[in-house]
Design a protein around this ligand. Structure first.
Ligand code: BGC
Length: 336
């Protein structure tokens, strides 16, 4: 189902597309290849919209916290906003101090994507990203597919890229989840999280990984057994102090988030080496239904290559060679 979402002063006319199946209903915009809403049943079959978002396309154009955003070519940070590849230096735009966050400021989530395929179960959105776009090398064609698998109640997000030069591809979806419903901000930190990671990456005060890969055992970063997110959030532990809460790469590509009250459970899997778990430490946005989304009112779980991995040769590299296919995959499976 297609509906108008509105227009922007720059002439962009945005649409919304609804795909559904297996009890799930997802609303996606071609503006930014954005996940706007995701309706999921609880134990009694009651639907709630479990992702944060805005009511209008202007909200997405003006927003600064990446609600539901498709992030690329490079998710998270690149220190010093530059990197070397094939003996050349590539300069990006600094949008957080000297560093580059989420490839900004000319974000993929502020562009109109082309609808390449759509039916009641899936939509594929495409984007041409020319050589030098955001500072990255090579002419790339990128597509993001949102597809519902009704049998398994799963929303899959597939990222495909092809570029005529070696480039960085490190794409993710930046949805913020609150399984009680986006309109129950006070319940977000009561939800339990399990991340099967033995280690995480400490970062400096600018959230750039130091290069250390630290074991989680005996620290508040240990989510190997499910625990309420708020349980250790305020423990005196330097990595939590530096980031104002959880905002770290965990060395595992998945997680399980559960709301004990509604029973809604999200099992997230991906083909990525890491997941950025962000407890909404600086969230501040006027969202859907005029609601204010404040600090810790939802969590972002972003599968990706380790942040700034391009500067850490011993980490899996986020590089795709010229003419090779890049494929990223995130599966959000729901159960009660
Ligand atoms: C980052 C946070 C950042 C947030 C922006 C996350 O991916 O890890 O540091 O504040 O995006 O909303």
């Amino acid at each position: 189902m297609k509906e108008k979402f509105g227009s922007l002063p720059n002439g962009i006319e945005a649409s919304l597309f609804t795909i559904q199946g297996g009890g799930l209903k997802a609303v996606i915009s071609d503006y930014g290849a954005t996940l706007v809403s995701l309706y999921v049943p609880d134990r009694a079959g009651n639907l709630a919209d479990v992702v944060l978002g805005y009511d209008t396309v202007e909200g997405y154009a003006q927003g600064s916290v990446y609600l539901g955003a498709t992030v690329g070519r490079s998710a998270n940070r690149i220190a010093g906003s530059q990197f070397q590849l094939g003996g050349k230096t590539f300069r990006l735009n600094a949008n957080e101090g000297d560093n580059n966050l989420h490839s900004g400021p000319d974000y993929y989530h502020n562009r109109l994507w082309t609808v390449e395929e759509v039916d009641e179960r899936h939509i594929r959105l495409g984007l041409d990203s020319p050589d030098g776009d955001q500072g990255f090398p090579g002419n790339a064609h990128i597509s993001v597919t949102f597809a519902i698998d009704a049998q398994t109640a799963t929303l899959r997000v597939l990222f495909d890229g092809l570029c005529d030069q070696d480039t960085i591809f490190n794409m993710t979806n930046h949805s913020y989840f609150n399984l009680a419903g986006h309109d129950h901000p006070q319940r977000a930190m009561e939800q339990t999280l399990m991340i099967p990671a033995e280690a995480f990456c400490p970062a400096d005060a600018a959230s750039i990984p130091t290069g250390e890969v630290r074991q989680v055992a005996g620290t508040p970063m240990d989510f190997r057994a499910p625990k309420p997110i708020g349980q250790d959030l305020h423990v005196e532990y330097e990595p939590l102090k530096l980031q104002g809460g959880y905002d770290h790469n965990f060395c595992a590509g998945g997680a399980v988030l559960k709301d004990p009250v509604s029973g809604r459970t999200l099992t997230l899997t991906s083909n990525c080496p890491g997941i950025q778990f962000y407890s909404g430490n600086f969230l501040d946005a006027m969202g859907k239904g005029g609601l204010h989304y404040g600090k810790h009112s939802a969590v972002a779980l972003e599968p990706q290559f380790y942040p700034d991995s391009i500067h850490h040769a011993d980490w899996i590299q986020p590089v795709t060679r010229a003419g090779e296919a890049y494929h990223g995959e995130i599966c959000y499976q729901f159960s009660v």
